[in-house]
Design a protein around this ligand. Structure first.
Ligand code: IMP
Ligand code: MG
Length: 193
């Protein structure tokens, strides 16, 4: 069997979260969601933001005991390792029942905060009864807009990370851990420095 180390080991500078740590974090967040949502009247929708959140979302939805529906939106703002600052909705949420729903947005990571603050406002404007935000990772030092998520797996330093759903130009999403991307991968001059 070809393992990731022999294929892309040099692309990864450091492992930030092992599969075991991720498992603990998703268990803890599922318990927090159950605690807060158990006496909720009306429906709960876990809204995964494609594509980065799919692995996190699929682990979390299996651990949550509260009955929830799932749905997805797709947005884009990134090119390579930098945000363009413009949020584009690529797949919209077309539902008539938002006024009866608590929507829990599931994200992979918060960086500038623009994606989640935009989506929170967007869902409220579209009539959602309540909007909560949940992210696996948070880089608070990178904020461009004030935004505090309701549920956070772990805060991390200002490093570009990949794996467990997170990508760099669509690569590395299937890795079972979160790792720091080696600078040589996205900065062609790096090895010469
Ligand atoms: P924000 O709008 O700047 O908060 O960016 C959030 C989105 O940027 C996330 O959903 C990711 O798709 C992407 N992103 C931000 N930081 C990283 C990273 O370190 N690795 C992979 N994707 C990232
Ligand atoms: Mg994303």
């Amino acid at each position: 069997m070809v393992d990731w180390k022999s294929k892309i080991g040099k692309d990864i500078e450091e492992i930030l979260m092992t599969p075991e740590e991720i498992d603990e974090v998703t268990t803890r967040i599922a318990e927090e969601l159950d605690r807060d949502l158990s006496d909720n009247s009306g429906k709960v929708i876990m809204l995964g933001i494609l594509k980065g959140s799919v692995v996190f979302m699929s682990d979390l939805m299996k651990k949550v005991k509260t009955p929830v529906e799932i749905d997805f939106m797709k947005v884009s703002s990134y090119k390579g390792t930098e945000t363009t600052g413009r949020i584009q909705i690529l797949l919209d949420l077309k539902r008539e029942d938002l006024s009866d729903a608590t929507v829990v947005i599931i994200e992979d990571i918060i960086d500038s905060g623009m994606t989640l603050s935009y989506l929170t406002d967007y869902l409220r404007l579209n009539g959602a009864k309540c909007v909560k935000t949940c992210t696996l990772l948070d880089k608070p030092s990178r904020r461009k807009v004030d935004f505090v998520p309701d549920y956070v797996g772990r805060e991390i330093p200002d490093k570009f990370v990949i794996g467990y759903g997170l990508d760099f130009d669509e690569k590395y999403r299937t890795l079972p851990f979160v790792g720091v991307l080696a600078q040589s991968v996205y900065d062609p001059d790096w090895s010469a420095k």
